[in-house]
Design a protein around this ligand. Structure first.
Ligand code: SF4
Length: 248
């Protein structure tokens, strides 16, 4: 049975904006993105929203629903009471372009700063050989759909624009961990993780893990192991001495 849902949607641009109330038909089985599309079709044809697959796989429709970072296409209307006001706002960590669409280019800048996969010299494509057991550790991280909900949630940058130049965020620290754990990657990424990508800013509050729609254990499986590797390199006296003597 359909009902009239109460939506409160942020409308505006990078200069100003406000929340606007709408009543939108909701039907059984629908998600918040269905209502946003119905709102566009019936009352607000100029409402800006980014989306693509509507199946939780493209990572485009990231926004905040009642203040919680979520994919609009994976947020079922059935989790809300029928008389509840559902507030939909753009991701807070990135500059608004218009309505629910934000400028996520910070993430692309950070992505470009991570040195790419570095296989052993002399190994040609086609000669790569890896054991499944060695691949498994980092395979989980390949599920990332780059929705940037973790980047949006992370308190290091959420309320601290000034930290953005020095901090790459959970998604890209996880990418560094993925390459560091890759059985064929020969680059040593530990110093860069700390000095160029701000690993030390992360205080493992796990807020990124909580919002990941792919249920990747970002903190436990990527960030903490990466911190351990950095600590081993920096603070283990024998490793420290070896580094000094042999300039590794
Ligand atoms: Fe989104 Fe998860 Fe990837 Fe972060 S790690 S960008 S929350 S899919």
């Amino acid at each position: 049975m359909g009902y009239d849902a109460k939506l409160r949607v942020w409308r505006g641009d990078d200069g100003s904006g406000q929340l606007q109330d709408f009543t939108v038909e909701a039907n059984e089985g629908e998600v918040v993105l269905d209502l946003i599309h119905r709102l566009q079709a019936t009352q607000a044809p100029d409402l800006a929203v980014r989306w693509n697959c509507k199946a939780g796989k493209c990572g485009s429709c990231s926004a905040e629903v009642n203040g919680r970072p979520r994919l609009l296409c994976m947020t079922r209307m059935s989790v809300f009471a029928e008389d509840e006001v559902i507030t939909v706002t753009p991701m807070r960590t990135f500059p608004v372009i218009r309505d629910l669409v934000t400028d996520v280019s910070y993430n692309y800048t950070k992505a470009r700063e991570v040195p790419s996969f570095t296989p052993p010299p002399g190994l040609a494509p086609g000669e790569y050989r890896m054991q499944q057991v060695d691949v498994e550790r980092s395979q989980e991280f390949r599920k990332c759909i780059e929705c940037f909900l973790c980047q949006n949630t992370c308190h290091v940058v959420r309320d601290h624009e000034e930290n953005k130049p020095a901090f790459s965020g959970p998604r890209f620290l996880m990418r560094i961990a993925e390459l560091e754990m890759h059985p064929l990657d020969v680059a040593d990424r530990r110093d860069e993780a700390q000095s160029d990508h701000g690993l030390g800013y992360c205080n493992i509050t796990k807020c990124c893990t909580e919002v990941c729609p792919e249920n990747i254990h970002i903190t436990d499986n990527a960030l903490i192991p990466m911190k351990e590797r950095v600590a081993d390199r920096r603070y283990d006296p024998i490793v420290w001495l070896g580094n000094k003597l042999f300039r590794r």
